[in-house]
Ligand binder design. Structure first.
Ligand code: NHW
Ligand code: EN5
Length: 388
């Protein structure tokens, strides 16, 4: 069934539920001298490149490949449209390796036709903090699909990760592969219901008019929580402490230090937004919420070309109820012109989504680890990890 994945050190379907296998690495690391030194062979017309994401030109080529060929929904109505600034942010976190930004070009025309990336991350699984690669942006041009290019790309990124003495990876996908550590549900909260209905993202509910629908999703003009404000550079130490303590309760979660928090959570216009609640007496940071910006291209609509979506990222509630915190996030997202607010049922989200008028989407997101076994699949609420 899975000619490629059957050969890889990942949990296999035949082993699901077999708790006699040990948790942890599936294969031991090999000495670095035994890591293959030359790139894998590509079919004749193609060549590997390392993408220099510092340059505007390279960034634009990658942006165009993804904007035209990356992930679509199951009815091909929408396609993710990660911005250039977003890609630069996502691909250059602390300690990133340029060698993990891998492109494939047509030798003759130099056209970029495939892409895959890794970035380093420390991820805790149960009590073990593991240096991993987060793999993302795997893309093969539409005209080159089903030619088994993806397995070569995955093997090449694996080789380049191994060269840095890293032996595990984390990734998510909308498709089922061997084998998910967890399966999460996408939820959507309409902010601009009229547009969402016009473009086919959502439907008018039974016995609902447009004006009743608009009223249903109305939000206040500004956040409710006293002391709710944008995160600033001087907040990095307090946000790091808050987040570290919070993420401890999950079975799989990133291990963020201050450098990571500055990179991943300090607000960056139209890329990532973060807010916190500061106690005016003690000046303690008690709560935190964040979302990232990922628009989708609307395919074949006369009136609209893009859907502006916010995706819930990391949230921490200690004093302000999570429901109120997320409601404030919805309010600021609406104010900033987003059409929809998306969230997964990870962490403590499940308990508040319905009340905040989120509805389940038609998409799921499966989480995977490479070369690391967990005996039991996790409930989404046991996951403290959000990938971009
Ligand atoms: S998920 C988004 C992936 N990208 C897209 O969906 C974009 C649109 N689709 C495409 O570009 C986020 C192509 O359809 C792709 C497949 C390129 C997806 N993950 O070349 P063939 C990520 O980026 C397997 C993993 O003929 P294609 C995460 C498939 O099961 N494997 O197909 C990426 C089959 O193997 P099998 C996937 O349609 C994580 C083989 O590819 C996959 O032309 C990567 C067929 O290849 C997917 N999303 O190209 C793994 N989709 O065994 C990282 C299909 O079943 C692992 N396949 O025969 C860790 C590496 C690092 C380790 C470090 C120690
Ligand atoms: C790796 N980082 O299917 C990412 N999105 O539900 C790769 N559906 O937007 C993995 N089909 O349900 C990506 N509207 C996997 C996801 C791929 C994209 C995807 C789904 C997630 C989605 C929308 C549009 C469906 C269009 C037709 C959807 C319903 C919204 C409705 C709002 C009102 C309340 C009920 C729900």
């Amino acid at each position: 069934r899975h000619k490629f994945w059957e050969t890889q050190p990942v949990g296999q379907f035949k082993d699901v539920g077999n708790s006699t296998l040990p948790e942890g690495p599936i294969e031991p690391p090999t000495p670095l001298s035994e890591v293959k030194q030359e790139p894998y062979n590509l079919p004749g017309p193609y060549e590997w490149i390392t993408c220099d994401m510092d340059t505007k030109e390279m960034c634009a080529e990658v942006y165009n490949l993804l904007a035209n060929n990356y992930v679509e929904d199951d009815e091909n109505m929408f396609r993710f449209n990660y911005s250039k600034d977003f890609l630069q942010w996502a691909l250059r976190p602390p300690g990133y390796y340029r060698s993990w930004h891998i492109g494939v070009r047509v030798k003759s025309s130099k056209k970029l036709v495939a892409f895959i990336t890794g970035v380093p991350a420390r991820i805790r699984a149960k009590n073990n903090i593991v240096n991993m690669a987060e793999i993302n942006f795997l893309c093969v041009h539409k005209k080159l699909r089903s030619k088994r290019l993806a397995p070569v790309m995955i093997k090449e990124v694996t080789r380049r990760v191994h060269m840095e003495n890293i032996w595990q990876a984390a990734y998510t996908a909308g498709v089922v592969l061997p084998t998910p550590i967890s399966t999460c549900q996408y939820w959507h909260r309409s902010l601009n219901p009229k547009k969402l209905i016009d473009v086919g993202f959502s439907r008018l509910g039974a016995r609902m008019t447009m004006s009743r629908t608009i009223k249903l999703y109305k939000l206040p003009d500004s956040p409710i929580t006293p002391g709710f404000r944008k995160m600033e550079l001087h907040d990095v130490p307090s946000v790091t402490r808050l987040l570290k303590d919070y993420l401890n309760q999950f079975i799989v979660a990133p291990d963020f230090d201050e450098n990571d928090v500055e990179h991943w959570l300090l607000p960056k216009e139209d890329v990532v937004d973060s807010f916190l609640v500061e106690n005016p007496e003690t000046r303690d940071v008690t709560d935190f919420c964040s979302f990232y910006t990922l628009p989708s291209t609307i395919l074949g609509n006369q009136n609209y070309s893009t859907l502006k979506a916010a995706y819930s990222y990391y949230n921490v509630s200690t004093k302000t109820p999570l429901l109120q915190l997320m409601n404030d996030a919805l309010i600021v997202a609406k104010k900033k012109g987003y059409d929809v607010f998306n969230a997964l049922d990870v962490m403590e989200n499940e308990g508040i989504l319905k009340e905040l008028k989120f509805g389940p989407g038609d998409g799921q997101l499966h989480y995977y680890l490479y070369n690391y076994r967990l005996n039991q699949p996790l409930r989404p609420s046991e996951l403290g990890l959000v990938l971009l």
